[in-house]
Design a protein around this ligand. Structure first.
Ligand SMILES: C[S@@+](CC[C@H](N)C(=O)[O-])C[C@H]1O[C@@H](n2cnc3c(N)ncnc32)[C@H](O)[C@@H]1O
Length: 227
């Protein structure tokens, strides 16, 4: 058994059964290690040599070096079409994740994505570029909330509302146990920025005020029930 943090456990829980995977931005290599431990084909990728070396050392320590191929790669560049059916891209900003997808998805069908920021931008990209969001989950690790999603490349459009892009269409629909705490933390973030901006009339002020209001509305149940 490989012991993972709640965030990494959440990421792993979204990977469809039995598919071969690549782990983009592997860094420490723990996601790749856990996937290999499940008996899957795994390719660990990183754009930087240092993190890739770190991943190799950790895999060796766990006796998994022969079960994970490591490649220096910007995004999915070093993956050939047909090599794997799922890509995990975790622990990066949503805009960077969208940039990686935009450069070419190499016939990969499933994407487990865990953005650290820019959630709106990532969902906006997915909605306009033929991805369907199949699952969305939340976790808390050391007072911080994390979101992850499983997307499938299907073609076609997935129209999302502004609130769905900010918060997540399936989180809004299913309101999982951490939902209200998560929204409260997003609201507090927006309120902190508002405090810093003070009375200055800037577009950023209006944007943050609208966001804080939106998070409050859905915390209180939106148009349906509250928490
Ligand atoms: C914060 S770490 C995340 C590590 C791990 N995926 C996780 O979720 O804990 C980000 C890693 O992504 C790598 N990275 C950044 N941009 C990348 C890109 N365009 N392609 C591949 N790897 C990238 C960095 O070198 C770093 O090792």
């Amino acid at each position: 058994m490989i012991s993972l943090s709640p965030r990494l456990e959440m990421v792993l829980s979204l990977v469809p059964e039995r598919v071969g995977c690549c782990d983009v931005g592997t860094d420490h290599g723990y996601i790749a290690a856990a996937l290999a431990h499940q008996g899957r084909k795994v390719i660990a990728l990183d754009v930087n040599r240092g993190p890739l070396e770190q991943a190799r050392r950790n895999l060796e320590r766990m006796g998994l070096e022969g079960r994970v191929e490591t490649r220096l790669s910007s995004g999915l560049e070093a993956v050939e079409p047909g090599e794997v059916d799922c890509a995990v891209i975790a622990g990066m900003g949503g805009e960077l994740i969208a940039e990686i997808l935009e450069k070419g998805i190499k016939d990969i069908r499933f994407f487990v994505l865990q953005p650290q920021s820019k959630f709106y931008e990532l969902r906006d990209y997915l909605s306009k570029n033929g991805f369907c969001i199949l699952k969305e989950v939340l976790c808390r690790e050391e007072q911080r909330y994390y979101v992850a999603l499983l997307a499938e490349a299907r073609g076609g459009n997935l129209p999302l509302s502004e609130a769905e892009k900010h918060i997540g269409p399936l989180l809004l629909r299913d309101r999982p146990p951490l939902f209200c705490e998560y929204l409260a933390s997003r609201r507090r973030e927006a309120e902190k920025i508002l405090e810093k901006i003070g009375e200055a009339e800037t577009p950023r002020r209006e944007e943050c005020a609208a966001l804080a209001e939106m998070f409050r509305k859905y915390e209180q149940g939106g148009l349906s029930h509250g928490c």
